[in-house]
Design a protein around this ligand. Structure first.
Ligand code: F3S
Length: 408
């Protein structure tokens, strides 16, 4: 692989043994994947930072790497609990200490402690820039909506890239690999504003198309573009796809004007695909849930405000909770708007930052059944924690919560 002078000098140890190791690992990875050189990145997003997923071995590695600082702007994915209210969630002290050690290691490295899986709502990523992002929904959003270029990195490869500001030049960093391989026609009467519907549509698409770059036509633009994240999160949960070209939305579509698409295979996605996914995730009766969960991927400010407005009269009984996961930024904005987080908690509505239930110690904090509007959450909660899950439309959940648990 071709390396420039700067990269050679890192490899030769001029910037210390950790950066040398990081570059060496990236070169090895790149050679295995057919990369001809390394390319500069402007940003990295690092996942795999929960103690539940990386355990003691991961913590030790991070502590070792934390002797060096990152070379580019870097953010990180959610951890296993809300760093402010972990005690109220029932997280044991020993678990808390381990998670904090991980976060402190990242902080020493200069990684921003954003703890959110929607870096695209926080960071300023310009189109056509090369980045190195882990977290599948974020990768799909970066490529498909922002028009940035990233492969689906793992947490470690994104961290190594952050340390040296380089990533191997292969896959979705190369224009040739961003051409569509199939045209997917979406039935026009599918609701583009309902997270569970968008997620199911994406999940079904990912199940059918294992690889390549689908070109999506007749996708109705949601009222708020960020809702596309549910479609992309569904795709990320059921496939290894990293880029979707969505007509009228994806910057990559511009390059198709001069491309002959007539010979591409075509397929349709319709309401039957969505129905099948809803039927797959249907374990929990409404009266049996421990948690009603919104926020996978993390909720935006608009979504939190919308949900809070709809649950203003809801008070959940002991043993039942509503979780809303979002970024710290959104929680501060909500507080600035006059909401009292403690008051919400006293009604069983837990506005949570910093965390993802999928990487939380759910069994320890006694969560066994979840109703959610997120197909990605349903998929991983069942697969990784063996938890009972039901996928339900957001508007239906909110309506039922009001009918059953309204204090008026
Ligand atoms: Fe985010 Fe966790 Fe879902 S990282 S996308 S809340 S599985």
């Amino acid at each position: 692989m071709y390396l420039n002078k700067y990269e050679e000098s890192i490899l030769n140890g001029e910037y210390g043994p950790i950066k040398a190791k990081a570059l060496k690992a990236l070169v090895k990875m790149g050679e295995a994947l057919g990369a001809d050189r390394l390319i500069e990145i402007t940003h990295a997003h690092i996942s795999g930072i929960s103690y539940t997923t990386i355990g003691e071995a991961g913590l030790e590695l991070l502590k070792e790497l934390s002797a060096e600082r990152v070379y580019v702007d870097a953010s990180c994915n959610p951890a296993g609990f809300d760093l402010e209210r972990w005690r109220l969630l029932g997280v044991p002290e020993e678990y808390y200490e381990k998670q904090i050690e991980i976060i402190n290691s990242l902080r020493r490295m200069g990684v921003k402690i954003t703890l959110s899986c929607t870096p695209y709502l926080i960071e300023n990523i310009r189109p056509a820039t090369h980045i190195s992002w882990a977290e599948s929904n974020a990768v799909l959003y970066a490529n498909s909506v922002l028009g940035a270029l990233t492969n689906r990195e793992g947490g470690l490869s994104a961290l190594l890239a952050a340390l040296v500001g380089r990533t191997p030049n292969y896959g979705l960093h190369i224009d040739e690999n961003r051409k569509p391989s199939i045209i997917v026609n979406i039935e026009p009467n599918i609701d583009p504003n309902e997270p569970s519907v968008l997620g199911s549509l994406g999940y079904s698409l990912g199940q059918i198309i294992g690889y390549g770059v689908p070109y999506i036509i007749n996708f109705r633009r949601p009222n708020n573009l960020e809702m596309v994240k549910y479609f992309l999160a569904g795709i990320g949960a059921s496939s290894a796809l990293g880029l979707i070209i969505i007509s009228q939305i994806s910057p990559d579509e511009r390059r198709l004007r001069r491309t002959d698409l007539r010979n591409l295979e075509r397929m349709d996605l319709d309401k039957r695909n969505i129905k099948n996914v809803f039927e797959t995730f249907n374990d929990v009766q409404l009266e049996d849930f421990d948690i009603v969960y919104f926020g996978c991927p993390h909720l935006s400010l608009n979504e939190v405000l919308h949900i809070l407005e709809h649950v203003k009269n809801v008070r959940l009984p002991k043993g039942k909770r509503m979780w809303l996961t979002t970024s710290r930024k959104v929680v501060s904005e909500i507080m600035a708007l006059g909401y009292n987080i403690d008051d919400l908690w006293s009604r069983g509505i837990l506005l949570l930052s910093d965390m993802c239930p999928v990487v939380a110690p759910l069994r320890i904090i006694k969560v066994n059944s979840v109703i959610t509007d997120s197909v990605k959450a349903a998929h991983y909660l069942r697969k990784l924690h063996g938890i009972k899950v039901t996928l339900m439309e957001r508007r239906r959940i909110l309506k039922l919560m009001n009918e059953i648990y309204s204090r008026c």
